[in-house]
Design a protein around this ligand. Structure first.
Ligand SMILES: Cc1cc2nc3c(=O)[nH]c(=O)nc-3n(C[C@H](O)[C@H](O)[C@H](O)COP(=O)(O)O)c2cc1C
Length: 179
């Protein structure tokens, strides 16, 4: 399977980075072709909402790292979103990427993909991840993709926290089970 992993954390060695690494390790061991896109370290301009992309199927007015991502995103069989929880939602870095899906909405809707959400958060209260999960599921439903799973690592504010949990192992198994 062709898998595109999009991450949203500015921490190269943070909690969600650990889930990303473990997931990719498992997915590669299972024979999948994985492309990783770290939005926080790419040039992604926020959507202007100018509508240029909707006029005669024109391209986006921006010429940035979305070009590189789109080459892998459009043909992908699966898209994995990995984000830290920021104010009950995804980080701005990954949201900016999703907003830029707008230029390829039709192609993405027709592409029959599967999706996974992996997220980390400091808190572990009931409902900590509720709005993020609902938002993710609404996006996946809108795009006519299939939700293939969520891994919500609550109580994981630091690398030390998450290393003491089973979440990294769960991320590895999620990747390993993809065929
Ligand atoms: C701007 C910002 C907003 C945050 N909002 C929340 C939040 O709403 N709930 C929560 O439990 N943790 C929140 N956190 C904590 C992070 O989700 C948590 O530390 C996470 O493990 C960071 O992931 P990373 O190491 O992959 O960047 C926030 C952190 C930042 C910097």
């Amino acid at each position: 399977m062709k898998i595109t992993v999009i991450t949203g954390s500015p921490h190269k060695d943070g909690t969600s980075a650990l889930l990303t690494e473990k997931f990719i390790k498992g997915a590669k061991e299972a024979g999948n072709d994985v492309f990783r896109f770290d939005a926080a370290f790419e040039d992604i301009k926020p959507c202007l909402g100018c509508g240029h992309c909707r006029v005669n199927s024109s391209a986006c007015v921006y010429n940035d790292s979305m070009n590189k991502l789109n080459e892998k995103l459009i043909p992908a069989d699966m898209v994995v979103f990995v984000t830290p929880l920021y104010y009950f939602g995804m980080s701005a870095q990954i949201k900016a990427v999703i907003d830029r899906f707008y230029a390829n909405n039709c192609k993405l809707m027709e592409s029959n993909k599967k999706a996974i959400l992996m997220a980390t958060a400091y808190d572990s209260n009931t409902g900590t991840m509720q709005s993020l999960e609902e938002h993710y599921k609404r996006i996946v439903h809108y795009l006519k993709w299939e939700n293939a799973g969520v891994l919500l690592a609550t109580g994981c504010g630091t690398r030390g926290d998450i290393e003491g949990t089973d979440y990294p192992n769960q991320a590895y198994k999620m990747g390993k089970n993809i065929i």
